[in-house]
Write a protein that binds this ligand. Sequence first.
Ligand SMILES: NC(=O)c1ccc[n+]([C@@H]2O[C@H](COP(=O)([O-])OP(=O)(O)OC[C@H]3O[C@@H](n4cnc5c(N)ncnc54)[C@H](OP(=O)(O)O)[C@@H]3O)[C@@H](O)[C@H]2O)c1
Length: 125
Amino acid sequence: MILVTGATGNIGSEVVRLLHRTGERVRILARNPGKVANVGEQFEVVSGDLNQSETLPPALAGVTKLFLMAHAESPPEIAGRVLRAAPGSPLRHVVLISSSTIYLEPSEPPSPRKLASRADAKLTR
Ligand SMILES: NC(=O)c1ccc[n+]([C@@H]2O[C@H](COP(=O)([O-])OP(=O)(O)OC[C@H]3O[C@@H](n4cnc5c(N)ncnc54)[C@H](OP(=O)(O)O)[C@@H]3O)[C@@H](O)[C@H]2O)c1
Protein backbone atom coordinates (compact mmCIF):
# COMPACT_ATOMS: atom_id res chain seq x y z
CA MET A 1 0.00 0.00 0.00
CA ILE A 2 1.32 3.45 -0.96
CA LEU A 3 0.22 6.51 1.02
CA VAL A 4 0.17 9.91 -0.68
CA THR A 5 -0.27 13.21 1.15
CA GLY A 6 -0.79 16.57 -0.55
CA ALA A 7 -2.86 14.90 -3.25
CA THR A 8 -5.02 18.00 -3.82
CA GLY A 9 -1.91 20.10 -4.56
CA ASN A 10 0.27 20.72 -7.61
CA ILE A 11 2.76 17.90 -7.15
CA GLY A 12 0.56 15.44 -5.24
CA SER A 13 -2.18 15.49 -7.88
CA GLU A 14 0.42 14.62 -10.49
CA VAL A 15 1.85 11.83 -8.30
CA VAL A 16 -1.65 10.42 -7.97
CA ARG A 17 -2.21 10.66 -11.72
CA LEU A 18 1.00 8.71 -12.38
CA LEU A 19 0.28 6.10 -9.69
CA HIS A 20 -3.11 5.54 -11.28
CA ARG A 21 -1.35 4.03 -14.27
CA THR A 22 0.64 1.54 -12.17
CA GLY A 23 -2.32 -0.33 -10.72
CA GLU A 24 -0.75 -0.13 -7.21
CA ARG A 25 -3.06 0.15 -4.23
CA VAL A 26 -2.92 3.75 -3.06
CA ARG A 27 -4.30 5.52 -0.01
CA ILE A 28 -4.64 9.30 0.04
CA LEU A 29 -4.55 11.28 3.27
CA ALA A 30 -6.50 14.51 2.84
CA ARG A 31 -7.70 17.20 5.22
CA ASN A 32 -10.80 17.45 3.09
CA PRO A 33 -11.46 14.18 1.24
CA GLY A 34 -14.18 15.92 -0.79
CA LYS A 35 -11.46 17.94 -2.55
CA VAL A 36 -9.69 14.86 -3.91
CA ALA A 37 -10.38 14.32 -7.59
CA ASN A 38 -12.31 11.17 -8.48
CA VAL A 39 -9.46 8.70 -8.88
CA GLY A 40 -11.25 5.36 -9.05
CA GLU A 41 -11.45 2.18 -6.97
CA GLN A 42 -7.71 1.66 -6.83
CA PHE A 43 -7.61 4.59 -4.39
CA GLU A 44 -8.79 4.84 -0.83
CA VAL A 45 -9.20 8.34 0.60
CA VAL A 46 -8.88 8.86 4.36
CA SER A 47 -9.41 11.99 6.37
CA GLY A 48 -6.30 13.22 8.19
CA ASP A 49 -4.11 16.19 8.99
CA LEU A 50 -0.32 16.07 9.11
CA ASN A 51 -0.44 18.48 12.05
CA GLN A 52 -2.76 16.21 14.04
CA SER A 53 -0.79 13.16 15.19
CA GLU A 54 -3.87 11.19 16.21
CA THR A 55 -5.09 11.10 12.59
CA LEU A 56 -1.88 9.51 11.30
CA PRO A 57 -1.79 5.88 12.55
CA PRO A 58 -5.00 4.85 10.72
CA ALA A 59 -3.68 6.42 7.52
CA LEU A 60 -0.33 4.63 7.89
CA ALA A 61 -1.74 1.16 8.65
CA GLY A 62 -0.26 -1.38 6.23
CA VAL A 63 1.61 1.31 4.28
CA THR A 64 4.99 0.28 2.82
CA LYS A 65 5.75 3.42 0.76
CA LEU A 66 4.95 7.06 1.39
CA PHE A 67 4.95 10.19 -0.75
CA LEU A 68 5.01 12.93 1.88
CA MET A 69 4.32 16.54 1.01
CA ALA A 70 2.32 19.54 2.18
CA HIS A 71 2.28 23.28 1.51
CA ALA A 72 5.62 25.04 0.94
CA GLU A 73 5.17 26.93 4.20
CA SER A 74 4.24 23.85 6.26
CA PRO A 75 6.43 23.31 9.33
CA PRO A 76 9.40 20.96 8.87
CA GLU A 77 8.29 18.98 11.95
CA ILE A 78 5.72 17.23 9.78
CA ALA A 79 8.15 14.57 8.57
CA GLY A 80 9.23 13.61 12.10
CA ARG A 81 5.62 13.55 13.27
CA VAL A 82 4.63 11.15 10.51
CA LEU A 83 7.59 8.81 11.09
CA ARG A 84 6.95 8.73 14.84
CA ALA A 85 3.36 7.70 14.08
CA ALA A 86 4.58 4.60 12.22
CA PRO A 87 6.53 2.49 14.77
CA GLY A 88 6.39 -1.20 13.92
CA SER A 89 4.71 -0.48 10.61
CA PRO A 90 5.94 -1.98 7.33
CA LEU A 91 6.87 1.51 6.08
CA ARG A 92 10.28 1.22 4.40
CA HIS A 93 10.39 3.84 1.65
CA VAL A 94 9.65 7.54 2.11
CA VAL A 95 9.81 10.20 -0.59
CA LEU A 96 9.82 13.57 1.19
CA ILE A 97 9.02 16.44 -1.17
CA SER A 98 10.15 19.74 0.27
CA SER A 99 12.33 22.60 -0.91
CA SER A 100 16.12 22.83 -0.74
CA THR A 101 15.76 26.51 0.17
CA ILE A 102 15.00 25.47 3.76
CA TYR A 103 18.77 25.00 4.16
CA LEU A 104 19.60 28.58 3.17
CA GLU A 105 20.27 31.39 5.59
CA PRO A 106 18.27 34.46 4.54
CA SER A 107 21.43 36.27 3.34
CA GLU A 108 22.95 33.31 1.46
CA PRO A 109 22.93 33.01 -2.34
CA PRO A 110 21.65 29.60 -3.54
CA SER A 111 24.40 27.01 -4.03
CA PRO A 112 23.21 23.57 -5.19
CA ARG A 113 26.32 21.83 -3.83
CA LYS A 114 25.98 23.40 -0.38
CA LEU A 115 22.26 22.68 -0.28
CA ALA A 116 22.75 19.03 -1.24
CA SER A 117 25.34 18.39 1.47
CA ARG A 118 23.19 20.06 4.13
CA ALA A 119 20.18 18.04 3.05
CA ASP A 120 22.22 14.81 3.23
CA ALA A 121 23.41 15.69 6.72
CA LYS A 122 19.86 16.37 7.93
CA LEU A 123 18.42 13.23 6.39
CA THR A 124 21.10 10.89 7.75
CA ARG A 125 20.97 12.24 11.33
N1 LIG B 1 5.13 23.21 -6.93
C1 LIG B 1 6.43 23.38 -7.17
O1 LIG B 1 6.84 23.82 -8.26
C2 LIG B 1 7.45 22.99 -6.14
C3 LIG B 1 8.82 23.12 -6.44
C4 LIG B 1 9.77 22.74 -5.48
C5 LIG B 1 9.36 22.24 -4.26
N2 LIG B 1 8.04 22.15 -3.99
C6 LIG B 1 7.65 21.63 -2.67
O2 LIG B 1 6.78 20.50 -2.84
C7 LIG B 1 5.82 20.48 -1.77
C8 LIG B 1 4.41 20.44 -2.38
O3 LIG B 1 4.25 21.58 -3.21
P1 LIG B 1 2.90 21.85 -4.01
O4 LIG B 1 3.18 22.99 -4.93
O5 LIG B 1 2.36 20.58 -4.59
O6 LIG B 1 1.95 22.35 -2.83
P2 LIG B 1 0.43 22.80 -2.90
O7 LIG B 1 -0.09 22.85 -4.30
O8 LIG B 1 0.33 24.04 -2.04
O9 LIG B 1 -0.34 21.61 -2.16
C9 LIG B 1 -0.12 21.33 -0.81
C10 LIG B 1 -0.87 20.05 -0.47
O10 LIG B 1 -0.57 19.70 0.87
C11 LIG B 1 -1.80 19.50 1.57
N3 LIG B 1 -1.60 19.87 2.96
C12 LIG B 1 -1.14 21.05 3.46
N4 LIG B 1 -1.09 21.01 4.78
C13 LIG B 1 -1.54 19.80 5.15
C14 LIG B 1 -1.76 19.17 6.39
N5 LIG B 1 -1.50 19.80 7.54
N6 LIG B 1 -2.22 17.90 6.41
C15 LIG B 1 -2.50 17.25 5.26
N7 LIG B 1 -2.34 17.79 4.03
C16 LIG B 1 -1.87 19.06 3.99
C17 LIG B 1 -2.79 20.42 0.87
O11 LIG B 1 -4.08 20.01 1.20
P3 LIG B 1 -5.35 21.00 1.26
O12 LIG B 1 -6.06 20.81 -0.06
O13 LIG B 1 -6.12 20.52 2.42
O14 LIG B 1 -4.83 22.40 1.44
C18 LIG B 1 -2.40 20.18 -0.57
O15 LIG B 1 -2.91 18.95 -1.03
C19 LIG B 1 6.09 21.73 -0.93
O16 LIG B 1 6.89 21.36 0.17
C20 LIG B 1 6.87 22.64 -1.85
O17 LIG B 1 7.77 23.49 -1.14
C21 LIG B 1 7.08 22.50 -4.88
